[in-house]
Write a protein that binds this ligand. Structure first.
Ligand code: FAD
Ligand code: UDP
Length: 382
């Protein structure tokens, strides 16, 4: 039996950030494992057979307002400026998302002068709701039924196999509504992609004398070989407990890739992502990776996303009964396994962006170390 200080299960954002922090700040020896043959979890990227850098598990765009997060990640990467733009194909027209003044002018064929007029027009369309409980409430209360039906209902039903009226308000509430012409998908102060890609950033983060990495390694297969004093678990929490309280449902995706010859470095789409809210089209969105990465190539690779029931766990499904089951697992964790730190999108069963996972991991390690009276950090917390 190999004794070790800390076992980290999962080499995605949650696992890699915890591993680096624990190894570096507390001088502990950390073994990181992942069942996949690569680091970076769902943010993994790699060149395809045409040399085009693609994101293995769908488009990942880094954006944040958290300075603590960018300060930490910037130790492991340079950045390439990129502001994300998404267009939607609706009734034969192309409009920009999130809904802004241009989107409304185009879909409703009206002139709107300035922000105040746009705001007033949207207010005239909005259906007041006493409470914003569901994703339908969240959208209809801001932009009214027509824009909801044309841009949100079909996309959401495809993505989640649920009507927006059955999903928590936070899902569609992720998209803002703008009264101006700002057509960027995100409004965050920091919008940049890792210059050499996510995988390269993870490789540097995990490169530390106190960190050992074993890829293609299942927790189940090594748990009898190692005796860690502490464990950090970033996989699904229900899996950790052998699904004892039932399975937590996830939505998954199937990706279909297509590479086109683009002589002279042309691009196929005008923007990185085109969404297809129409339910008759089986995929939800098409991404052209070179927009995101800034790579110049005579080939361009696009990926089509088909939502599925089965497959890798990608999206926790925000419904009250799932939240309740997660909380039951959380109690089990507190009662039975105080030696295990549960961090990340799967372990916390939360629909979190990458920066939120990094922030959660940084805080979790600090608390974990304080609870265990570990010697103060060796280096100034970045
Ligand atoms: P993961 O990345 O899932 O890492 C967990 C790792 O644990 C996995 O590699 C898994 O193989 C491993 N593991 C699990 N169980 C075991 C086990 N038993 N043994 C060994 N290994 C195990 N966020 C953004 O900020 N911007 C975006 O544009 C964006 N786009 C996204 C698009 C898609 C399609 C998806 C699915 C997510 C997107 N996200 C985006 C969210 C982002 O992927 C997550 O926030 C982030 O990757 C979560 O990191 P994590 O470490 O919690 O989980
Ligand atoms: N959404 C939609 N129409 C769109 C884009 C998004 O209805 O054109 C809804 C859909 O339910 C989606 C959610 O808003 O799951 C959040 O969108 P986001 O682009 O943030 O999804 P993610 O990138 O996390 O898949």
């Amino acid at each position: 039996m190999e004794s070790l200080d800390v076992l980290v299960v999962g080499a995605g954002f949650a696992g890699a950030v915890c591993a680096r922090r624990i190894a570096e700040d507390y001088g502990l020896r950390v073994l990181v494992i992942d069942r996949r043959p690569h680091v970076a979890g769902n943010a993994h990227d790699a060149p395809d057979e045409h040399g085009v850098l693609i994101h293995t598990y769908g488009p990942h765009i880094f954006h944040t307002n958290a300075e603590k997060v960018t300060r930490f990640l910037s130790r492991f990467t340079e950045w390439h400026p990129y502001e994300h733009r998404v267009w939607a194909e609706v009734d034969g027209q192309i409009v920009s998302l999130p809904i802004n003044r241009t989107t409304i002018r185009r879909l409703h064929r009206i002139e709107l002068y300035g922000e105040a007029e746009t705001e007033a027009y949207l207010a005239s369309l909005a259906e007041p709701r006493a409470e914003l409980k569901t994703s339908e409430d969240a959208v209809v209360a801001k932009v009214g039924r027509d824009l909801y039906e044309r841009l949100f209902r079909g996309y959401t039903r495809k993505q989640w196999a649920l009507d927006p009226s059955e999903l928590h308000a936070s899902v569609c509430g992720r998209l803002p509504v703008r009264f101006n012409d700002d057509d960027r998908y995100f409004g965050d102060s920091f919008q940049n992609m890792p210059a050499a890609g996510f995988t390269a950033m993870f490789e540097r983060m995990l490169e530390h004398p106190n960190i050992e990495l074993r890829l293609g390694t299942e927790y189940e297969d090594i748990r009898s070989e190692v005796a860690p004093r502490h464990t950090v678990w970033t996989g699904p929490i229900d899996e950790f407990f052998g699904y004892r309280l039932g399975k937590l449902p996830y939505r998954s995706l199937h990706f279909e890739r297509e590479t086109r010859a683009t002589p002279g470095g042309r691009l196929v789409q005008p923007v990185a992502v085109i969404n297809y809210p129409n339910e008759r089209i089986p995929y939800t969105r098409v991404t052209e990776f070179r927009h995101l990465t800034g790579q110049v190539s005579d080939f361009s690779t696009l990926t089509y996303e088909y939502p599925t029931e089965e497959g890798d766990p990608y999206y926790p499904i925000p419904r009250p009964e799932n939240r309740a089951r997660f909380h039951a697992y959380e109690s089990l964790a507190a009662d039975e396994r105080p030696d295990v730190l549960f961090v990340g999108r799967l372990a916390r069963y939360q629909y979190l962006n990458m920066d939120q996972v990094v922030a959660q991991a940084l805080v979790a390690v600090e608390r974990w170390a304080a609870d265990r009276d570990l010697p103060p950090a060796l280096r100034e917390a970045a």
